[in-house]
Write a protein of this length. Structure first.
Length: 663
């Protein structure tokens, strides 16, 4: 069928310019408007162009009015860009009888959550919500969970609110209301408590006429399955459904789309199974893999011509991803030149790796490449520190995309605040930052008492606390807690005489309860924060004293703020999806770091395959050059750790890579 469509296109080219400029496979994806279609769009193959051209074609040929098209994206930015591109495409084509189309007329173009909310504004009364329901943010959700914990006499330390909320949200992402979760499914401990609180939480939300983000899709599913007449009305509204980034959908999003497409089945999903890298936040690769089973008779159209990268880069990426078994299969190709081979560089240690990348960036600059054409893509956030500091030393501007610079991250600022107070007990800004981090039950009234007394006596917070405790103004549990905290600081100061600053920092993070706090946290970024704290301790080995380290942090922060203009991009591989650069550096390709050990331990073969997809994403971000590096050893907790190269390096095809040994 696919070949027949392409032959028809080649013999009878469509007239609109926004279609005639597409390649045959892209045209096939645009013109196959009837029935279910899965467009497997490889990296750099023009998937957004296909999606927008498809919508423009449907509108220009009057197959549907704008209000009869449902187009779903994952971000508001993607929705805006898609709307703007559709408007530009239609501007030069023959207008519809109702006049020229505008972006605002595509009022069912948006994110999953925005469209689900729109449906509930119209039909939520059937579920007991008024159209003016409130959508709670994370802070509101946590506040409500804390209220429920208090009502059930549950200790927040034993039952962390963020953990409970995370479990509840994972159930919602699977489309599971409380009544569909059994005690066996919930398990013991936190799971059992979360199930008990889930029922109360949902009841309280209804009383408040409020929903959280997970509810938007969950209540849509309940609405569709409970009220057939409403479901029929909504499905008849839309003649065509289009979905972007289908490989990133979770179970609830998948079920929602299936229910919406039950009538006409004119659903077109665009995605790339080889770029499914968000399993850790609920994305289910099986959704795209079973599309043909879910929609019998579906057309599968592969976009394999890449317009981004050179032949060697595509060859290396394609052979690597071919090792995965959970994929539908496609091979990227290009009509452009073969270009430079992918360089695989071995280095002695992490510091030499940072120096190497810095030297390569300077070499590219001498060849007249702009810094914003270069990117360093790391597997874990803690890796950015070495490159940030190297670029600062060389005076190379950089930006951290999708995150903060290393010393600007919350956990690093908190840890540094502890160290500042150890170094300077009268540092009120640092002390106030960590007095309740982790939570110590020091309330607003107590803080105001400390501040007022300090201002009246012109003394610091720590001195105020001592005097207020001695005077009996602060007493009971608060006095005991603050007295213990000040004693801890005295103890940590004494350790500086017998321990290295790295060892002291490690002790402070543990004894203060700061690191244990993050160990109890189950949010997706918790492990990354712990890794950053490890990197901070490791970085201490480079300094002779705590004073020298704190001075360095101050200088680094000041230098970073004064660099503007043309900059190298530093980011994690997850944050790099959808971006492209002329020159890409992929450091840290070592077993345990990439593929990441946690992914291997928790998910086995599936974890390896998702990590391999992440490697594929990294390589295909490069247009002209791609440089992979690994270090024979890295220093962890001031101890050297030997590494072996990532298994992914061994899977790269020899004909497309150049191995350079630097060790």
């Amino acid at each position: 069928m696919m070949q027949d469509i392409i032959e028809t296109i080649e013999n009878n080219p469509p007239s609109p310019s926004f279609i005639t400029t597409l390649n045959p496979e892209q045209q096939a994806a645009v013109l196959a408007v009837d029935g279910p279609v899965l467009v497997l769009a490889g990296a750099g193959t023009g998937k957004t162009r296909v999606l927008t051209s498809r919508i423009a074609h449907i509108l220009a040929t009057r197959r549907a009015w704008p209000g009869q098209i449902l187009a779903v994206t994952f971000t508001n930015k993607a929705a805006r860009e898609m709307g703007e591109r559709i408007e530009k495409l239609l501007h030069g084509s023959r207008p519809m009888e109702t006049g020229q189309q505008s972006r605002s007329s595509l009022n069912w173009l948006g994110t999953f959550h925005s469209i689900a909310a729109k449906i509930l504004r119209r039909h939520g009364e059937a579920l007991g919500f008024s159209s003016s329901f409130t959508i709670l943010d994370t802070d509101d959700q946590l506040r409500l969970i804390k209220q429920l914990l208090n009502e059930h006499n549950l200790d927040e330390k034993q039952t962390p609110p963020k953990l409970i909320l995370s479990i509840i949200q994972s159930w919602k992402d699977q489309g599971l209301p409380p009544e569909k979760i059994s005690a066996v499914d919930a398990g013991h401990g936190s799971g059992a408590k979360a199930l008990m609180l889930y029922k109360t939480y949902q009841s309280r939300l209804k009383t408040l006429n409020a929903m959280d983000f997970g509810d938007l899709l969950l209540h849509n599913l309940i609405l569709f399955t409970t009220f057939p007449d409403i479901h029929k009305e909504i499905t008849q509204r839309f003649k065509y459904i289009l979905v972007d980034e289908y490989q990133d959908t979770n179970v609830a999003q998948y079920l929602w789309l299936r229910l919406l497409a039950t009538g006409h089945k004119n659903i077109c999903c665009v995605g790339d199974d080889d770029q499914s890298i968000y399993g850790w936040r609920g994305a289910e690769i099986g959704n795209i893999l079973r599309f043909e089973k879910d929609f019998p008779g579906a057309q599968v159209i592969r976009l394999e011509r890449n317009y981004r990268s050179t032949g060697n880069i595509l060859g290396a990426a394609s052979k690597l991803i071919a090792q995965n078994s959970s994929r539908l299969g496609k091979t990227l190709w290009t009509e452009d030149e073969e270009g430079a081979k992918v360089v695989v560089r071995s280095l002695w240690d992490g510091d030499e790796e940072a120096r190497f990348v810095g030297d390569e960036v300077e070499a590219r600059q001498r060849e007249k490449s702009r810094l914003d054409e270069m990117a360093v893509l790391v597997r874990a956030g803690f890796q950015t520190r070495a490159f940030e500091e190297r670029f600062l030393t060389l005076g190379i501007g950089y930006r951290v995309i999708g995150g903060l610079r290393f010393y600007e991250r919350q956990e690093i600022r908190d840890a540094v605040a502890y160290l500042r107070v150890i170094s300077q007990p009268d540092d009120d800004l640092a002390f106030e930052r960590i007095i309740n981090m982790p939570r110590r039950g020091v309330g607003t009234a107590t803080l105001e008492t400390i501040h007022s007394y300090g201002r009246s006596q012109d003394i610091s917070m720590t001195r105020s606390i001592r005097q207020l405790i001695d005077a009996g103004t602060l007493k009971g549990k608060v006095a005991a807690t603050l007295s213990a905290l000040l004693a801890s600081f005295e103890h940590w100061r004494k350790l500086l005489g017998t321990h290295s600053i790295g060892e002291v920092t490690d002790i402070v993070l543990e004894e203060s309860g700061y690191r244990p706090m993050w160990k109890l946290e189950t949010s997706p970024d918790a492990q990354g924060r712990l890794d950053n704290l490890k990197e901070l301790v490791r970085a201490m080995g480079e300094f002779e004293s705590l004073t020298a380290f704190l001075e360095h942090v101050g200088l680094v922060t000041d230098m970073a703020e004064n660099i503007n203009g043309d900059m190298v991009s530093i980011m994690t591989l997850h944050a790099a999806k959808g971006l492209e650069f002329n020159h890409v550096f992929l450091p840290g390709w070592e077993e345990g770091l990439f593929p990441h050990q946690r992914s291997l331990d928790e998910n086995g073969r599936d974890g390896v395959e998702e990590e391999r997809r992440l490697a594929y994403v990294g390589i295909t971000r490069a247009r002209k050059t791609c440089t992979i590096s690994f270090a024979g050893s890295r220093r962890m907790y001031n101890q050297w750790q030997s590494n072996i190269p990532s298994r992914f390096i061994g899977e790269l095809p020899k004909e497309h890579i150049e191995i350079v040994r630097g060790m």
